[in-house]
Design a protein around this ligand. Structure first.
Ligand code: ZN
Ligand code: ZN
Ligand code: ZN
Ligand code: ZN
Length: 226
């Protein structure tokens, strides 16, 4: 992968940008403040959960008494859903049911994973950070997400890539801008036929004809040169 591929996300609270390594600690500061402000009000237990797939990440705040299904549905909407495949959460030692409560599963530092589609599987990792007592209406909130990664066209190397050839990508990097996509279609029959799928901000990119999420769409596109 591109050596320069660095990943950063915007903070939901203050709109600042932070690296993948820093953003978790950063949003935690806001959560501590919010918890202080909510003291004495009606509050519920919330869990800060980090989801990762290499350079792609999400920071979620999830109401503790929600079932795991709540996270499954969210992951499908933002990152995964192509054609209604099955999915499950798993810990290295045991399976986790969709009815399990989030706060019971995510004890401090617990790491689990989620598999979507048992054929061409997309696996993402979830890690518990801290629990907070908060006065919120939402059951699940997105606190940060990686901005589209800097995936450039492998042919011209000057334009951001917008398509991936899902056949050639098994041999080589096969990310193309619009112009180079046309050229690739002249030499790659599969690409011209069916193997052209869009670059999206998701670990399911290029799998099973995945074309993007249904929420947070403004950050689901391709890299934009600033
Ligand atoms: Zn912030
Ligand atoms: Zn599918
Ligand atoms: Zn190009
Ligand atoms: Zn191709």
């Amino acid at each position: 992968m591109d050596q320069e591929l660095k990943s950063e996300g915007k903070c939901f609270y203050c709109d600042g940008y932070f690296s993948q390594a820093e953003i978790g600690k950063h949003v935690a500061k806001h959560l501590v403040q919010t918890e202080k402000g909510d003291a004495g009000k009606n509050h519920s237990n919330y869990v800060h959960i980090e989801v990762e797939a290499n350079e792609m990440f999400l920071h979620l705040l999830v109401k503790g008494n929600s079932p795991m299904k709540t996270i499954d549905i969210f992951l499908r909407k933002i990152w995964l859903e192509c054609c209604g495949h099955m999915s499950e959460f798993e810990h290295k030692n045991f399976k986790i049911s969709m009815e399990h409560r989030v706060e019971e599963v995510f004890q401090p530092r617990v790491k689990i994973f989620h598999d979507y589609d048992f054929g061409t599987t997309t696996r993402v990792f979830l890690k518990a950070r801290k629990h907070y007592q908060l006065n919120l209406k939402e059951k699940i909130m997105l606190l940060s997400r990686n901005e589209p990664l800097k995936l450039m066209c492998v042919s011209c190397k000057t334009e951001p890539a917008i398509n991936i050839c899902t056949v050639c990508c098994y041999q080589e990097m096969a990310f193309f801008c619009e112009k180079c996509s046309k050229k690739h279609a002249e030499t790659c029959e599969d690409f011209a036929d069916y193997a052209n799928t869009p670059i999206v901000n998701s670990p399911r990119m290029g799998e099973c004809g995945y074309t993007g999420g249904t929420i947070d769409i403004e950050r689901d596109g391709v890299y934009k040169i600033k």
